[in-house]
Design a protein around this ligand. Structure first.
Ligand SMILES: NC(=O)c1ccc[n+]([C@@H]2O[C@H](COP(=O)([O-])OP(=O)(O)OC[C@H]3O[C@@H](n4cnc5c(N)ncnc54)[C@H](OP(=O)(O)O)[C@@H]3O)[C@@H](O)[C@H]2O)c1
Length: 262
């Protein structure tokens, strides 16, 4: 039994995030968010400044790490902070975002510049999400030590680890497609790219689904759904983009996001 000391605020925010995920699925299916290969300065007829890709990614993602740090130092409930399970779940979240905010941007090669509104929108979302996950894990819910032995934690943590491995491996494969200074696109090979065009997104989705299983909570589930809602359409757009660009040269059996299925 997981003790919940009043998850009201986090659960309410999580429900709003699920509603937002439905809207995001529709919006991202209609138009690809303007970063990476779809980056553009003119959005809705207005020209915006572009940020260097590395800086854009750092500014967009670092609120995750800063918010977690702030909660750990000033905003947490002492009982939550003393629960090893709470800290283990928080560590998964923080480790992922240390990589995404500070390792991934510095290692990317030739990333397209990012329009300022994209960075601001992303930073707003990650701030809300990190507030949600931190409120849940550091203020509301207290997991007993026995949760470490619960099949949900064991399966979820293993799934999270597998997802993060695939995500980092795929990011690395994409990075190595370019020599320093190069900016073009090639066909990614190896790892989960043997099966899907969005191997990095597949890993990311699997990882956050694992996180949701490990925590068995509405906030973590809402985050997993939000991740799927923006990455599934993006994986499909990438897949169609590859087919258009490389035509017969593109591996025929490769799917967009889900191996052998879609
Ligand atoms: N949790 C979430 O909701 C969420 C949302 C978005 C992203 N993410 C994660 O953030 C990471 C980056 O996402 P992304 O959308 O930027 O991924 P992406 O479009 O696959 O691009 C990743 C990097 O690889 C380069 N690249 C991509 N395809 C390439 C190719 N065929 N040849 C050479 N270089 C290539 C890109 O350069 P260009 O910039 O020049 O295209 C970029 O630097 C992923 O791991 C993703 O899972 C998570």
């Amino acid at each position: 039994m997981v003790f919940s000391a009043g998850d009201g605020e986090a659960d309410l925010l999580a429900k709003w995030m699920i509603v937002a995920a439905v809207g995001t699925l529709g919006a991202c299916s209609a138009v690809a968010p303007p970063y990476g290969r779809y980056s553009r300065a003119v959005i809705f007829g207005i020209r915006f400044p572009l940020l260097d890709a590395k800086l854009g990614w750092i500014l967009m993602e670092c609120p995750n790490v800063l918010m977690s740090l702030w909660f750990l130092l000033y905003g947490s409930d002492e009982t939550c902070l003393k629960s090893p399970v709470n800290l283990a779940l928080l560590s998964m979240f923080v480790l992922h975002y240390v990589n995404r905010s500070f390792v991934f941007p510095f290692r990317t090669r030739g990333g397209r510049p990012m329009p300022v509104p994209m960075m601001l929108f992303g930073a707003l979302f990650v701030s809300i999400n990190s507030y949600l996950q931190c409120t849940h894990l550091l203020r509301s819910r207290i997991y007993p030590n026995s949760w470490f032995g619960d099949p949900r934690f064991i399966i979820g943590a293993a799934t999270f680890s597998a997802g993060m491995f695939i995500n980092c491996q795929s990011d690395g494969i994409l990075r190595r497609l370019r020599r320093p200074g190069e900016t073009g696109y090639k066909i990614p090979q190896g790892g989960m790219f043997a099966y899907v065009s969005g191997a990095n997104y597949f890993g990311e989705c699997v990882g956050w689904i694992g996180f949701a299983i490990a925590g068995w909570s509405l906030p973590a589930t809402a985050f997993a759904l939000y991740t799927l809602s923006n990455l599934a359409p993006r994986a499909r757009k990438h897949h169609l983009w590859y087919l258009e660009k490389f035509r017969e040269g593109y591996p025929a059996g490769r799917k967009a996001l889900v191996p052998f299925v879609w």
